[in-house]
Design a protein. Structure first.
Length: 323
């Protein structure tokens, strides 16, 4: 009985999320509807998760899902209002998302969810031989099928050391797009504005989520190259030394003439207590040095000496001010 009730609740969530997805896609929501949608997402983490999956549905469809992708694209390309699209749009969303959200991608490939707390890093050895290092406050889902190795980075940062298998592509996806390993090792980080892909060995193909056709808008990155990926485009970034790019996996953050506010923001990601500061008060202060991510108190002490800062612990937070 409990299983039936849970399945019914899931179906209700999927149905409601499909309605919200159709309204969001139509682009004609009122302010009241937007507020209602936001409140619905806040009520239950599952609400936000299912809606997020629907809004990035094409990211979840595998290479063998041509018919589903085509049907979805045709609906999305019309951009009609919810009232005009109506049942057709909802039907496709319900069928596809019901398959994606309520059951694994195949009977032999359950989705494994991995999470890390603030200040925690975790290394996962996958059954097929690859290794994932998940950074602080991270959320990663993994599905291994006979056709593809799929890793969904929902939050945070990961480093993938990939076992070569040409018959099963290794793909890391975010809401912004996908990074497919053409070699062995790369890092992917989600920020509020974009996804950053850094290649440390061999090559990676990076493709934006909204690419109108296969490989259109994609870029191939080599070792030491980086790119910023949004749903619309992949933009090259200045190169980086591969060893420096992976210092976080060893518990260190290296600043090279870095803005103090940037360093504090990075340390805050690893701190179990929020680090409070006003970036405008610290403007113009820059530092060079290495800071331990596993000992935030020591990192802040060193930064305070170098940048002439006050560090004050207040309740559950750490306040940083200029001297």
């Amino acid at each position: 009985m409990a299983d039936a009730d849970d399945a019914g609740a899931q179906q209700t969530i999927v149905a409601r999320a499909a309605q919200w997805a159709a309204m969001i896609d139509a682009g004609d929501m009122t302010s009241a509807e937007r507020a209602e949608c936001a409140a619905w997402c806040e009520r239950d983490p599952r609400h936000r998760d299912v809606l997020s999956r629907m809004l990035s549905l094409h990211d979840h469809l595998g290479p063998g899902d041509t018919l589903e992708k085509t049907a979805l694209r045709r609906l999305l390309d019309h951009r009609e209002t919810t009232r005009r699209v109506g049942g057709a749009f909802l039907a496709v969303l319900l069928v596809l998302s019901g398959w994606l959200v309520l059951r694994p991608q195949s009977t032999d490939a359950p989705v494994m969810a991995y999470r890390t707390e603030r200040g925690e890093q975790r290394t996962i050895d996958l059954d097929e031989g690859s290794r994932l290092t998940i950074d602080t406050d991270g959320a990663v889902d993994v599905a291994l099928t006979s056709e593809q190795r799929q890793v969904r980075l929902r939050r945070g940062q990961l480093f993938a050391q990939v076992k070569k298998d040409a018959s099963r592509p290794f793909v890391v996806s975010t809401r912004d797009g996908s990074a497919t390993a053409l070699g062995t090792a790369f890092a992917v980080r989600r920020t509020e504005a974009a996804t950053i892909v850094t290649v440390t060995q061999s090559r990676v193909r990076v493709c934006p989520a909204d690419a109108p056709a296969r490989d259109e808008g994609c870029r191939v990155l080599g070792a030491g190259q980086r790119a910023s990926m949004t749903p619309a485009a992949v933009t090259p970034l200045p190169g980086i030394d591969p060893e420096s790019a992976l210092l976080w996996t060893e518990g260190w953050f290296e600043a090279d003439d870095e803005d103090v506010a940037t360093v504090l923001a990075e340390l805050d990601r690893y701190s179990t207590r929020p680090i409070r500061f006003d970036g405008s008060d610290l403007a113009g202060r820059r530092v060079t040095g290495s800071y331990p991510l596993t000992d935030i108190d020591r990192a802040l002490e060193g930064l305070a000496r170098t940048a002439n800062l006050n560090v004050r612990k207040t309740g559950d937070a750490i306040a940083i001010t200029p001297r």
